[in-house]
Structure formats: structure tokens, C-alpha cells
Write a protein that binds this ligand. Structure first.
Ligand SMILES: Nc1ncnc2c1ncn2[C@@H]1O[C@H](COP(=O)(O)OP(=O)(O)OP(=O)(O)O)[C@@H](O)[C@H]1O
Ligand SMILES: [Mg+2]
Ligand SMILES: [Mg+2]
Length: 463
């Protein structure tokens, strides 16, 4: 069995991919994977002498997004790959030479657009069969590479002087929030593009997928997009965002996170599932259950919410049981979906808006309803002021954003006798109220979240 001609490899090894001009790449040895894979981006197919080729970029060094190698290879196949989390994805397959322990061999590699546990390459069992034996307790059996050696091989990359191409996917360029995002991006040296959601369209094609803007301009050169999708265009805006994501572009809030948080009922169920508290709520189909619903949330006074409402419209306070019954049944007769919720009276018309970016609360305000009003929405005449939030509230806000996978979120919390309760999570929180009240550059922090994710560093001196 143990043929002496086989090479022993550990759990990770340095390889060379000479035809791709990759002099050194640390691969994770993964006999659980069939085919080897390479983390590639900007993957673009093209025709050469009637054959399909791809060019793509690789960051060959772990935790380094500055060193980029541009590669080109003939496509030998397109394959459905099932990743370890069960997701299926169609990927390009290329054949290339791999050098390990002084031996060359030809292997198939799929081009994956995700990082594999921080490794830029996975060496699958297809490439190892008949040639290698794995000793999982060892690592780098064929030598390590020092940072100095890596620098000698790749040279010192020039810092990227050029700003990023950032697309703001939104509807109204005159909106305070949109203007601020464009301004903050430009201030930090980026090329900001206002992309009107309704003026963008997409091409679904296996070889050359694309997002375009009216007139036929390709938007495939965007490095990142910031979706600011108003509720009326959720479906279309999420479709565009999803397309950008599948092109390997970074979306500050993914289409999945946006659509999940937009569905009020679903989002409440998800928050509860993650152990995050909300005011007790009920949802029913038939008016025959109205009475039970009212009892369930502790009787009147109670809140009735239309699932489709925004900015405080469609949120009603029913002071008495009679009023509650009439409101619920009236909405029902209009075929509206509604939920019934316990009224948090002790909040006294106040709620908290916590602005979360990249897992941190970067600003918080307290909104106070106008006199005679229980809804704290600014659109309903509410006023905003700075507030110090508790550690518990901070944690709750961060967890709420995380449970949807939102990198930017406006988390609304109401202070109840039982402690802080989540009201809702917004994927396109407005900037005006919070920037004005706190004086913080929230738009700038959103841009910085993109820079961080893309490993972009501003050049001195205007950091
Ligand atoms: N259960 C409740 N008890 C007391 N006040 C509430 C309750 N639910 C909502 N409110 C008040 O009403 C306001 C509006 O409610 P909510 O945020 O649920 O709806 P909305 O703002 O219309 O929704 P959206 O932000 O999605 O447009 C809240 O900001 C809060 O001040
Ligand atoms: Mg609200
Ligand atoms: Mg909302």
C-alpha cells in the first residue's frame, strides 16, 4: 500500500502554478473535496480561436489583497460544485500545471469566488490520487516560505492609488442620505456612481453575465455596491443586488439580508428564533380568531400593524377592546395582513434607533413622539436626540443586525418593563436624523466598511 514513490503531504502545503504565473500559493490539503479549487475574482470569459477562455485575478497570499496576479486559462469544463455548507454553484474548470516537491503534474482546478477558510486554494483528492499520501498531523512537509521570500517572489505591490468604483443603487439622487453617501465616497477618493434602480437591467448568461445601465453601459467595473432600496422596489432592487453579488462584487448589505429583513412577519420569527425579544405579537387569518388575538397580547390597549406599512403609516393604537375589534376586522375586510401587538405603554412614545455598521453600534438616537402621538417616527412628527444606550441594548442591536446578515442596519428598540425589545430592523436606515442629532459622519463610516472589506487603503495624506 504505502508506495515509496508517493509524496507525503500535510494539512497545508506551498505549491507553484507556473502556467498561471503563481510562484507560490499555500494550499489547504482537503481530501474531503473532489476537485481542487482556487479563489478567483473578476472572472470573465472570452473567446480565443473559437475556444472559451477565462481571465481572472488571484490574491495568492493569505490575508493580503494588495498582491494580485492576473491569470488566463482555457476553460475545460463547467461544473456544479457542492460546497461544504451544501450550497451548489456552477464554476469554471481549468487545467493547469502544479508543482509540488519538485514534481510537476497537470490538475483540474475550479474557480471559486469565495475564500476557503482563509486559504486561497484547496487541493482536492482528484489531484492527489495515486501520487500523494496525507499525514493530517503534519503541515508544510515540503517547506515553509518566509515573508521575505514571498516579497522576493511577488515584489512589493504598489498601494492602489486609484479610488474604488462604488455604485449607489437607489432611487432618488436628491435624498439627504444618498447625497451624503456620494459626498463621503468622493471625499475619500472613490468614484461614486449613482445607479438608478429603475434604469438598470441585467443580462443573465452563463458566459458573460452583466449589469447594465440605460443606454447599454456595463456596470461590471463596479468594485462594490451600496443598495438603498425603497420598499416599493424591493423585488427589483434585490434582483439587481443579487446579480452584482454573483458577479463577485461586494454588496454592503446582500440581497438576502435585505429581503429577509423586509418581511416583517418573517423577520420577527427569525429574531425570536435567535433568542431576541420582541413585544408579544399575534397573527391570524380569520376574523373568527380576533377575540383570541386580543387576549393573547394582554387585551387593550394594543397595537395593530399592517405588514405592508412604513414610516409609521399602518400602525394603530387601539385603546379599548371594542376599538381593537373594529380596527382588526376593518383591516381584515380589506384583505390586509396585520399583526396584533402588545402596547408598550411605559415607553411613553419613545424608541431607540441604533445605527449598526459592520457589527458595531456607531450611533444611537432616541426618538420622541409628538404630543398626543405614540409613534416616534420622524415622519410622524417625532424628534431625535442623542441618547446613551445600555450595554444590553447595544448587544441586542448588534445581534439583530447579525441575525439577518446586515452590514448596515437601523435597529429600532423599545424600552419596556421587561427590558429592551426589538421593534424592527431596517436595511436602508436614513442618515439625516442620526447625523444631525449626533454630528457623526455615518456616511463616511459606511464607505470605510467597504474599504475594509476590499482591503483598500487610502493614500497619504488625506486619510
Ligand atoms: N408595541 C408597541 N408599543 C408601543 N409603541 C410602539 C409599538 N410598536 C410600535 N410603536 C411605536 O410606533 C412606531 C412605528 O412602529 P414600527 O416601527 O413598528 O412601524 P413603522 O415605522 O411603520 O415600520 P417601518 O419602519 O417598517 O416603516 C415605533 O417607532 C414606536 O414609536
Ligand atoms: Mg419604524
Ligand atoms: Mg422598517
Amino acid at each position: 500500500m504505502n508506495s515509496p514513490s508517493k509524496i507525503i503531504v500535510g494539512s497545508a502545503e506551498w505549491l507553484t502554478l507556473p502556467s498561471l504565473n503563481v510562484p507560490a500559493i499555500k494550499a489547504r490539503v482537503d481530501s474531503g473535496a473532489k476537485t481542487s479549487s482556487l479563489h478567483a475574482f473578476n472572472i470573465q470569459s472570452f473567446k480565443r480561436n473559437g475556444e472559451t477562455w477565462v481571465h481572472f485575478d488571484v490574491h495568492p497570499i493569505q490575508k493580503n489583497r494588495k498582491t494580485t496576479v492576473r491569470c488566463e486559462a482555457k476553460v475545460t469544463d463547467r461544473r456544479i460544485i457542492k460546497s461544504s455548507n451544501g450550497e451548489r454553484e456552477k464554476r469554471y474548470v481549468i487545467r493547469t500545471t502544479m508543482e509540488l516537491a519538485g514534481e510537476n503534474q497537470s490538475i483540474d482546478i475550479t474557480l471559486s469566488n469565495r475564500d476557503n477558510m482563509g486559504y486561497r486554494m484547496l487541493l482536492g483528492r482528484e489531484a492527489m490520487q495515486g501520487r500523494m499520501l496525507v499525514d493530517p498531523s503534519e503541515e508544510l512537509c515540503h517547506g515553509d516560505r518566509s515573508p521575505e521570500q514571498i516579497t522576493a517572489l511577488y515584489g512589493n505591490p504598489e498601494p492602489k492609488l486609484e479610488g474604488l468604483n462604488i455604485g449607489l443603487l437607489a432611487s432618488n439622487p436628491d435624498l439627504y442620505s444618498n447625497q451624503r453617501i456620494i459626498e463621503a465616497g468622493e471625499q475619500r477618493g472613490h468614484h461614486m456612481h449613482f445607479l438608478n434602480i429603475k434604469h438598470c437591467y441585467l443580462k443573465m448568461d452563463a458566459e458573460h453575465p452583466e449589469v447594465l445601465s440605460r443606454g447599454g453601459k456595463s456596470l461590471n467595473n463596479m468594485d462594490a455596491v451600496i443598495p438603498r432600496i425603497r420598499p416599493s422596489v424591493t423585488f427589483y432592487g434585490c434582483a439587481l443586488t443579487r446579480h452584482f453579488e454573483s458577479l463577485g462584487k461586494f454588496a454592503l448589505n446582500t440581497s438576502d439580508s435585505i429581503s429577509q429583513s423586509r418581511d416583517k412577519l418573517f423577520s420577527m420569527q427569525l429574531m425570536l428564533k435567535k433568542g431576541l425579544d420582541i413585544p408579544t405579537s399575534g397573527f391570524a387569518n380569520s376574523p373568527m380568531d380576533t377575540h383570541d388575538l386580543i387576549e393573547m397580547v394582554g387585551g387593550a390597549p394594543l397595537i395593530v400593524k399592517l405588514l405592508e406599512g412604513t414610516q409609521g403609516r399602518g400602525v394603530v393604537l387601539a385603546e379599548t377592546k371594542k376599538a381593537a375589534e373594529s380596527v382588526i376586522n376593518a383591516f381584515k375586510s380589506l384583505n390586509a395582513n396585520l399583526l396584533v401587538q402588545e402596547f408598550v405603554k411605559e415607553a411613553q412614545g419613545k424608541d431607540l434607533r441604533c445605527f449598526v455598521i459592520d457589527g458595531k453600534v456607531v450611533a444611537a438616537i432616541e426618538r420622541t413622539a409628538a404630543a398626543g402621538e405614540f409613534r416616534a417616527n420622524i415622519h410622524q412628527g417625532g424628534t431625535a436626540s442623542i441618547v446613551k444606550i445600555t450595554r444590553e441594548e447595544r448587544t441586542l442591536a448588534v445581534k439583530a443586525a447579525k441575525c439577518f446578515g446586515l452590514q448596515v442596519a437601523g435597529v429600532d428598540i423599545i424600552r419596556s418593563r421587561k427590558g429592551p425589545l426589538l421593534l424592527e430592523v431596517n436595511s436602508s436606515p436614513g442618515l439625516e436624523g442620526i447625523e444631525t442629532a449626533t454630528g457623526k459622519d455615518i456616511a463616511g463610516l459606511m464607505i470605510q466598511a467597504i474599504e475594509k472589506r476590499l482591503g483598500w487603503k487610502p493614500t497619504a495624506p488625506n486619510t
